[in-house]
Design a protein around this ligand. Sequence first.
Ligand SMILES: [Zn+2]
Length: 207
Amino acid sequence: MASSKDARRRPRVAGPSTRGMRSCIGCRKRAPRDSLIRLVCDPEGAVVVDRHLKAPGRGAHLCYDVGCIHLAAQRRAFGRAFKRSVAPVDPERLVAEVGAAIEARIRDRLAIGRRAGWTRSGMDVLARVRPKLALVVLAEDASESTAQRVASWGDPEDCPVIVFGDRALLGATQGQVERVAVGVVDVDQAVRLRIEFERRDRVLVAA
Ligand SMILES: [Zn+2]
């Protein structure tokens, strides 16, 4: 592996940078650092998810893919990645932890959206801004008739409807007791959220 000195000396060239690339310890493919799960090893030797990609120390990376998590566990790749002995890794626990980290990021983003003004909630409000909607998050405990109404607004390309959390959870992100649906009216933010939902689906694959 090149030292950081070598990395600095590397000439800047047009096109996708290879700086910030990391290898998945499951499938070993390389990918941009921020498109991978980052794991760190705590002082007791437990492997934990670095939710914000900021924890100090050596990191190990994995694709957002349940298969890569299991592969890494089968290959006992964690100890090699951290260059120390680590506590045995239960892949099911790690899958649940990664899933929880993704869901926390989605909740955080929806809360940021309310403060920044790019989310809308409440069925009447959503109906009014319907042409601007780029994504609708629907509570899993929405009634059948609400779900049908929301589904009629969406379309798979420009405004997908994604089921996530319950009414209390969606409400909490919007400073309300309950919300049955939250709409995103900013296209770029909708794309970022869709990436998180896709990650969730690749990690938390229904058994
Ligand atoms: Zn992988």
